[in-house]
Design a protein around this ligand. Structure first.
Ligand SMILES: Cc1cc2nc3c(=O)[nH]c(=O)nc-3n(C[C@H](O)[C@H](O)[C@H](O)COP(=O)(O)OP(=O)(O)OC[C@H]3O[C@@H](n4cnc5c(N)ncnc54)[C@H](O)[C@@H]3O)c2cc1C
Ligand SMILES: *[C@@H]1O[C@H](CO)[C@@H](O)[C@H](O)[C@H]1NC(C)=O
Length: 455
């Protein structure tokens, strides 16, 4: 049997991770799969946007296996913890990063910018590909700046049409790792059912960066404004800029969804809407809005979860946010993407080794194993996001006083430690994602210098 031809759509976090593990399979070079990664964004833009994300629990084990841990740790944002502040920047309570690993709190041990992480994942896959090529295997083919227009399954193959180049290609398996708004999902499962699959949780957010000012420091400052509005200002790890997460919890104004649906070509309208909602919010909003207007890394979306009964249809399978986005407020997105990519590569071993002639038993296993993990990750704390984002100034005051007293008396820590798992207070689920052994080549000893070259 010739090696399977696999198309991975999306060069974010999950896509290049899957490609890397597939090439690290314990099979002779001639048997390694032929992998193509198709990324919609142009090379220079693909790894520009996205702000602070974290890697926890099982996710840390996986980046170690990829030989990425040292590079990622060298590129973290250095966030020291979370502070709740009011309009005068008075700190009502603060919670530092938990380095002991006792509980998963707001700030993880590994905090990194999403663009930087996806770039590291991509470059690492290139190095793994170069090694495989040197050993006689076919390396990864990367296509940037194009996407799929058509996916058709017939006779054990998947036929695709590329939108820009107009090229037709044939694959044995397609993996849609193209994020929450996955076009692979829409093409294969149909546009009609999208309402049932992509579930907004009533929160809309802009992510971007602004020039850093001295008082920004290394703590995340979280400001609440009435009408369930909030802003987090966070360190970027480099020092020249601070990152912004600006959100509104709103079930009434349809424009939040409308501007999201038009996608990233619609940044002007998205910025204008956020400006309208924050221009009278006080605090540092004037500075943040002024800088938002000129930033080049603006990204806006609904905060949503993707829910589906199965993650494959024939030879097309969804991976990461595309199939089961848990949303940024779950704190689980990156860890899910890493562990799912690792598992999918693992379950596909029987297919790659030729022990089974098609990928279906692997995909059944993937569905079965991911189901409980996804359900756990998608459970948000009771009342999220409404309780955490009060309607009135009074509500905000009560939130501040409550969190202040609960953390001062350490009740918050104790409750999180003993009940955090069942109440889903924070992303405790990250510690419970199993990491099986699949016999991949272990890259953890792959020491690299800053330039990314082997020593
Ligand atoms: C631009 C961007 C910014 C983000 N910023 C944040 C953030 O600030 N905070 C946060 O918590 N999470 C953010 N996320 C989500 C976060 O990256 C994911 O939750 C998580 O890392 C899971 O990764 P993934 O690989 O499944 O999906 P993603 O990281 O979303 O990667 C999907 C990839 O597929 C590409 N793609 C999309 N559509 C197509 C298509 N039709 N054809 C080909 N390629 C396509 C995208 O450009 C992207 O590179 C962001 C995602 C993106 C795409
Ligand atoms: C912030 O300071 C101003 C001026 O001192 C004061 O009027 C206001 O009540 C303060 N806000 C809060 C939330 O304490």
């Amino acid at each position: 049997m010739p090696p399977p031809k696999i198309l991975i759509v999306g060069c974010g976090i999950a896509g290049p991770t899957l490609a890397s593990f597939l090439l690290l399979s314990d099979v002779p070079p001639s048997q390694k799969p032929h992998i193509t990664i198709l990324e919609r964004e142009a090379k220079g833009r693909a790894h520009l946007r996205g702000q602070n994300i974290d890697i926890r629990g099982a996710g840390v084990t996986i980046i170690r296996k990829l030989g990425l841990e040292a590079q990622i740790r060298a590129a973290t944002t250095g966030e020291e913890g979370v502070q709740l502040v009011d309009e005068n920047n008075t700190v009502w309570s603060q919670r530092g990063v938990d380095k002991t690993g006792t509980i998963q709190s707001g700030t993880a041990d590994i905090e990194i910018l999403r663009g930087r992480l996806s770039e590291l994942c991509w470059k690492n896959s290139q190095r793994i590909s170069a090694e495989a090529e040197a050993g006689g295997a076919r390396g990864i083919e990367y296509i940037f700046g194009d996407c799929l227009r058509e996916i058709k399954q017939k006779d054990d193959k998947v036929h695709v049409l590329l939108a820009k180049s107009g090229e037709r290609r044939i694959f044995d398996l397609i993996v849609g790792a193209d994020g929450m708004q996955s076009r692979t999902r829409k093409l294969v499962w149909g546009e009609e059912g999208e309402k049932e699959r992509l579930k907004p949780i009533g929160m809309y957010a802009g992510f971007f960066s602004i020039p850093r000012e001295d008082h920004d420091g290394n703590w995340r400052r979280w400001f609440h404004a009435p009408d369930r509005r909030g802003i987090m200002i966070r360190p970027d790890g480099v020092g020249a800029r601070s990152t912004i997460f600006m959100y509104v919890v709103n079930d009434k104004d349809p424009r939040f969804l409308e501007v999201a649906n038009k996608g990233n070509g619609n940044a002007q309208a998205q910025k204008a809407l956020l400006e309208e909602y924050f221009k009278d919010a006080g605090w540092e909003c004037e500075r943040i809005i002024r800088e938002m207007k000129v930033t080049d890394d603006f990204y806006y979306d609904t905060v949503s979860q993707v829910k589906m009964d199965t993650w494959n249809k024939g030879r097309v399978v969804l991976l990461g946010d595309a199939g089961y986005c848990a949303s940024p407020i779950s704190g689980m997105g990156t860890t899910l993407a890493f562990s799912a990519a690792y598992k999918l590569a693992g379950y596909l071993q029987t297919y790659i080794k030729g022990e089974s002639s098609d990928p279906f038993s692997s995909l059944v296993k993937y569905n079965e194993q991911m189901r409980p993990i996804v359900e756990d990750a998608q459970q948000l704390a009771p009342g999220q996001p409404h309780v955490y984002n009060p309607e009135t100034a009074w509500g905000i005051w009560i939130l501040h006083v409550l969190v202040f007293s609960l953390s001062y008396t350490r009740i918050l820590f104790i409750v999180t430690k003993f009940f955090g798992r069942i109440l889903h207070l924070g992303p405790q689920a990250a510690d419970y994602v199993p990491v099986e052994e699949f016999g991949f080549k272990d890259m953890s000893q792959w020491e690299v210098d800053d330039a990314g070259r082997k020593r």
